[in-house]
Design a protein around this ligand. Structure first.
Ligand code: ZN
Length: 133
């Protein structure tokens, strides 16, 4: 594995289960026991009903491309692998995740079906990305 130069996630008390699941190549989100909504990003309360009764549940990893942009010029030397696709993916379960879509920019279309792809960027860090389904 080559050396990784981009910023890495720094899990908080609330997001640690998300990143630990990603390392096992599982996509898990908080689910509200009060109203049943899946929630992203991880947080202490449900944004829909304010319940603190949140549980971690596995989700399908399937969704569709809600929006995207193509970064063609790197903002820093760490991101010199441009062009790349910054995306918002809407999961089947409802939440929208900001992520990278692993696909040639010319093949990307709003609404295209996508599926989760785990990228082990270091031995201790796995990033949650998506690819065309
Ligand atoms: Zn709720």
């Amino acid at each position: 594995m080559s050396e990784y130069h981009k910023p890495l996630p720094k899990p908080s008390h609330f997001s640690a289960p998300y990143w630990e699941a990603a390392r096992r190549h599982e996509l898990k989100l908080q689910k509200c026991a009060g109203c049943g909504a899946f929630i992203y990003y991880p947080r202490p309360r449900c944004p829909h009903c304010l319940s603190e009764n949140l549980e971690w549940r596995g989700v399908s990893g399937r969704g569709k491309l809600y929006s995207y942009t193509v970064v063609r010029r790197a903002s820093s030397r760490s991101f010199a692998d441009a062009p790349y696709v910054l995306a918002i993916v809407e999961l089947e379960e409802g939440p929208r995740l900001t992520t990278n879509l692993i696909a040639p920019p010319e093949q990307v279309k709003i609404g295209m079906p996508v599926t989760v792809a785990f990228d082990d960027v270091t031995p201790d860090h796995t990033l949650v990305k998506f690819k065309p389904a």
